[in-house]
Ligand binder design. Structure first.
Ligand SMILES: [Zn+2]
Length: 76
């Protein structure tokens, strides 16, 4: 079983789809039982999505601003 530290370390590879099936399954398994790592993964995914959006558009959409506000509210 993966620890939270290992999960956090590998979460970007997981989101980017760079993991092979075995490690990927252990990430999914850990996220299933660990709510804090699920929240952490969601935050990283949001940041990645925002970074992608900022590259393609000059003006952040209303949705992006909402997500950003939510992200910072939850992380406090
Ligand atoms: Zn965890």
């Amino acid at each position: 079983m993966r620890t939270c530290e290992e999960f956090a370390h590998d979460v970007t590879d997981y989101i980017d789809g760079k993991m092979t099936l075995g490690p990927r399954m252990s990430m999914i398994l850990h996220a299933t039982i660990c709510s804090s790592c699920r929240a952490y993964r969601r935050q990283i995914e949001l940041v990645r999505n925002l970074a992608g959006e900022l590259k393609t558009s000059q003006e952040p959409t209303e949705e992006t601003v909402d997500e950003l506000a939510e992200l910072f509210t939850n992380s406090q």
